[in-house]
Design a protein around this ligand. Structure first.
Ligand SMILES: [Fe+2]
Length: 185
């Protein structure tokens, strides 16, 4: 019988919970795909919806020879907008964190500051917000992500790959948490 208070839990309870969580982990790729599909409802005045933007960003990353992990991160970089446009970089980064490298996590976490180069001046914010990360080893990769892929991916005429193309990559990247989650367990 499962505990009703944590301070009464036994090792047997935790073994059952651990097994159940591990089993449910197999659903993570499907959860990511359903979140991406929710982005299709978000247009917000852009020339393409947010799913198209995500697919186009990932397509550009793939065509530039990015790693599989980076392609999936490009696909998911705005997935936090399902929850909150305001907090979306942090939400997306934390979803990705157990599955990707520290560098990829940081690129997604900070991508709005890098993206600001292309529109912050129009809304009275600092277009050089990215400069605070100038000494980071992942700065150049973040610059490529934003300037080459993210900010350019609002083109309805671009030859964008469909979600089905990326599904095997999602399955591989999200199937098991990496070292950071294991260390935190
Ligand atoms: Fe974006």
């Amino acid at each position: 019988m499962a505990f009703t208070r944590m301070d009464q839990g036994k090792i047997e309870d935790w073994m059952v919970i651990g097994h159940a969580v591990t089993t449910r982990q197999a659903a993570m790729p499907q959860i990511i795909k359903s979140m991406l599909l929710q982005l299709e409802q978000q247009v917000d005045g852009f020339a393409v919806n947010q799913l198209h933007h995500a697919l186009q960003t990932a397509t550009r990353a793939a065509r530039d020879g990015a790693s599989e992990e980076m392609i999936v991160a490009a696909l998911c970089h705005d997935i936090g907008k399902v929850i909150s446009v305001e907090n979306h970089p942090a939400i997306a980064a934390e979803i990705l964190k157990p599955y990707v490298s520290r560098e990829t996590y940081e690129i997604i976490r900070t991508h709005q500051d890098f993206q600001g180069r292309h529109y912050y001046a129009l809304i009275g914010k600092d277009p050089d917000a990215r400069s605070q990360y100038a000494s980071e080893p992942w700065y150049e990769a973040a610059r490529v992500f934003t300037d080459g892929w993210d900010q350019a991916s609002f083109d309805p005429e671009y030859d964008t790959l469909p979600l089905s193309h990326f599904e095997p990559l999602i399955d591989r990247v999200f199937i098991s948490p990496g070292r950071e989650l294991v260390q935190g367990a």
